[in-house]
Design a protein around this ligand. Sequence first.
Ligand code: NAD
Length: 470
Amino acid sequence: MERSFSLSIGGQSVPGDRGTFAVINPATGESFAECPAATPDQVNQAVAAAGVAFRSWQHLADGERQAMLEAIAEKIEANSEELATLVTLEQGKPLDLARFEVGAAVAWTRATAALAIPVKVIEDTAHKLIELHHRPVGVVGSITPWNWPLMIAVWHIMPALRSGNTVVIKPSSLTPFNTLRLVELINEVVPPGVANCVTGEGGTGRAITANPGVQKVVFTGSTPTGQDIMRAAADNLKRLTLELGGNDAGIVLPDADPAVVAPKLFQSAFLNMGQTCAALKRLYVHESQYDDLCERLAQIAREQKIGPGLEAGVTFGPVQNPEQLALVEALVEDARQQGAKVLCGGARLNGSGYFYPPTIVAGLSNGVRLVDEEQFGPVLPVIPYADVEDALRMANDNPNGLGGSVWGKDLTRARALAQRLECGTAWINGHGEVLPHCPFGGHKMSGFGVEFGEEGLLEYTNPQLVHVCK
Ligand code: NAD
């Protein structure tokens, strides 16, 4: 790639003082560009710059920050093809899906700009006026994963800026370029120091979470990293929003129509090659429809066109990195050894890219690793059940609790069952759709706090009670 990238610190584009590291294109398995690496000292400089910028940014009129977010949305839109190509090159997803990701980034920026920060009047009587306001927390540290790198960066940055905070973001070292470019574009709009970007591996993230100048961390990624962030945050009681791993279950009720639900189930499980936090990751199907639905899913899987994301007509890209691919291989192999049947796919494709075809695994149950653990890749275990109460028990028998779904024609019955799922979002006849006006977050080991909507925006604020004795 001809273009080179810089860190953004205090409004300046600067090289990484720790040199550079290679970023791999998952479709080829080869490096396609060098990314600057920040030193801990540069992380501290970024936090300090964000702290200085916060002094005035927090006092801007609400409408001014809204207008700047609108202007940022326009910048993203104007550069959407470049951003989408970067996402495909470093993340691997088909270009159309990367375009969808950029479009979602624009939509989320606009929706966040339009949100209002409420003031609640708790008491207004002859002697008292008591109001609940919301103050920005200060410098927000944002740490993002590699699966939807641009969209998740926007999910973190925009509500932080909208509510008067400044930001230091660290993208995944596997997919850093789209975020470096995003922050460059944001810096064309906001004052210096309001949005900073530093790059590197976990240690760079640790330098943010351990920095006493950071008042809040918003993190999307794996549960073990979330636990480490929580420990690091204890020293200065950083506020936390943790969006962690998921192992979402779907339950197909006996009245569902297999022909109708199969394409939707496939899309829910294999969106982004299964590398989506709230993808459908375990599917429980009534024994009366089990063989039929398994075969329909396998048929859709066989129809996918697998290849590099930049190639026209490709519907299914590579897995993002070799570690994730090795996990998928190990889980499928283990399931095979436990007697499960691989209906389609089930082996890595030859060649240097990290390609693994969409894989449907049948004839297994809870207690097998592929069901119990988050695969975060292109394989779906389908588990038969005879009694709906058993399906519900198996669905809830997992430490994660991000999303879950129930599929069937009788909406009253499906809804009653969905509300008994132990998770942050319960979908009926769908799975995984997130929206900018609906709070989204996990239960149990999938994290805490929510993103999106007013509830998500207020996570970037501290409540402040203003108590007037008249
Ligand atoms: P990861 O936890 O390995 O890495 C995420 C980010 O944390 C990266 O930027 C990484 O460099 C950084 N990091 C690593 N160690 C750190 C530390 N000790 N301190 C601070 N930062 C550190 O996760 P991943 O492999 O990039 O992403 C996959 C996981 O993310 C899956 O489990 C998936 O379910 C989860 N995820 C969750 C959501 C959600 O909204 N709940 C969304 C997307 C992904």
